[in-house]
Design a protein around this ligand. Structure first.
Ligand SMILES: Nc1ccn([C@@H]2O[C@H](COP(=O)(O)OP(=O)(O)OP(=O)(O)O)[C@@H](O)[C@H]2O)c(=O)n1
Ligand SMILES: C[C@](O)(CO)[C@H](O)COP(=O)(O)O
Length: 415
């Protein structure tokens, strides 16, 4: 980690819920508010708050997507408000969540660095929480040494009911609606989590049950939780109206000039011995032996994916297409390349060009080179792709036709 000074604040962003009440057919944090997801918007407020280690807790099968979102928002925030030293992306961690919110928070706490003294726990579902709430909560934890919850007064008249009958009026004066981020001295929160013997809906309730003191700070109307379709509509219209969420491009300099293009390199190797037909460079090769692999074993496409992701600083193929992504089992080049193109676009990049070399005793590429280049280029939205091939003169595992190796270089340009 190259951030100085090392942050003393850690923010656990819980985003592993399924969002049943929203009913959007996808984990809630990955549902779009506009072109960007609930998680993406939530992280904008997080990164604009105090400099902090940021642990995103995501559904295990969406951890790669969560990392992509977090790195993109970290870079955007850096472009708009650079830190005196280091980059926000070096403060990002993603861990897999659990079946309950409390379990997900516990998973996030386990990823905090040793030097973290103050911990904030925040619902990604409170996507439009402004940065000042994070600052306010940290300041109150420092001042009081207590657990801190942002609250809003209850505005509706309240009734206690039994079935459809009103039993009594409830005095709303002593009531408050709890929001996040909720903040704690780290030792207090860790101890309370170790002692927890029941499920609580929020962290201040858990800490209070362990005997901890809790105090409040003012919450914010925009920090409402996106729970139902009506909440999502509210968030959408707020974002549309505000325009405040438009940030400078992630790869522009402070003066607004485009930053330099970036290159990346990628390599992949697959052995012959797979089932079915050979797929290589996005083409089907009837009569040729298949390569083995979780997907179709297309080493050319995979090397290109790695080169593109490396150029963007978005990890590698395992980050986004690992064996935990069943939808990519058996998938062909176009699925990988299109998804990669989407990730690059999200992070603010377009593809300049790609050059890939195949080392293989078979198949022979010369007759199908142009077809391979067209196919790969189409999958990358028309970016030029050059394919060259060599037989390595019979040397090595490729020369012995035990497998195929591919080496790719990619150039990315700020979009
Ligand atoms: N197992 C869980 C459950 C919830 N959360 C997170 O905790 C926050 C508050 O939960 P809620 O909004 O109630 O989300 P869901 O559990 O996803 O919603 P629902 O109850 O409608 O399924 C959300 O940011 C959610 O992603 C989590 O990380 N892990
Ligand atoms: C912590 C919390 O945001 C408090 O409002 C929490 O996520 C509550 O979840 P619930 O759906 O309101 O029980």
């Amino acid at each position: 980690m190259s951030i100085t000074p090392t942050p003393r604040v850690g923010i656990v962003v819980v985003a592993a819920g399924s969002g049943e009440r929203l009913g959007a057919g996808a984990p809630k944090a990955f549902v779009g508010i506009d072109d960007h997801s609930i998680l993406n918007h939530a992280l904008r407020g997080v990164f604009r708050g105090p400099v902090a280690q940021v642990v995103v807790v995501a559904p295990a099968e969406r951890a790669g997507d969560a990392l992509t979102e977090a790195l993109a928002v970290a870079d955007r925030t850096d472009a708009a408000a650079p830190l005196p030293s280091g980059r926000r992306r070096d403060l990002v961690h993603v861990v897999a969540g659990a079946a309950t919110r409390q379990g997900s928070v516990a998973a996030g706490l386990g990823a905090l660095w040793a030097g973290i003294e103050v911990v904030l726990v925040h619902d990604a579902a409170r996507a439009l929480t402004p940065p000042e709430v994070f600052e306010r909560v940290v300041a109150a934890v420092d001042e009081t040494g207590a657990g801190v919850v942002p609250v809003l007064p209850v505005v509706d008249t309240l009734k206690r009911v039994a079935g459809s009958d009103v039993v009594e009026a409830v005095d709303r004066a002593p009531l408050a609606a709890a929001q996040t981020p909720q903040g704690f001295p780290r030792d207090v929160l860790d101890a309370a989590y170790r002692a927890a013997a029941a499920e609580f809906t929020d962290d201040t309730a858990l800490v209070a049950a362990a005997g901890g003191r809790i105090t409040t700070v003012p919450g914010h109307a925009s920090a409402f939780k996106i729970t139902t379709p009506a909440d999502l509509e509210r968030a959408r219209s707020l974002v549309q109206d505000a325009g405040a969420y438009v940030q400078p491009h992630p790869h522009t300099s402070l003066a607004g000039a485009p930053a330099a293009p970036r290159v990346g390199i990628g390599t992949d190797v697959h052995a012959f011995g797979g089932e079915g037909e050979l797929w290589l460079a996005g083409l089907r090769w009837p009569g040729e032996p298949a390569l083995s692999g979780h997907s179709d074993g297309d080493a050319v496409a995979h090397a290109i994916v790695d080169a593109l992701l490396a150029a963007a600083g978005l990890g590698d193929i395992g980050t986004h297409f690992g064996v935990d992504r069943p939808e990519f089992a058996g998938a062909h080049a176009s699925a990988f390349l299109r998804r990669t193109l989407g990730l690059l676009g999200e992070a603010g990049w377009r593809v300049g060009n790609v050059s890939v070399q195949v080392q293989a005793g078979r198949p022979r590429f010369a007759a199908r080179r142009a077809e391979a280049e067209r196919t790969l280029s189409d999958a990358l939205g028309g970016a030029p792709v050059s394919v060259s091939a060599t037989t390595t003169d019979g040397l090595g595992f490729t020369g012995r036709t035990e497998g195929v190796a591919a080496f790719a270089v990619a150039l990315l340009i700020p979009a």
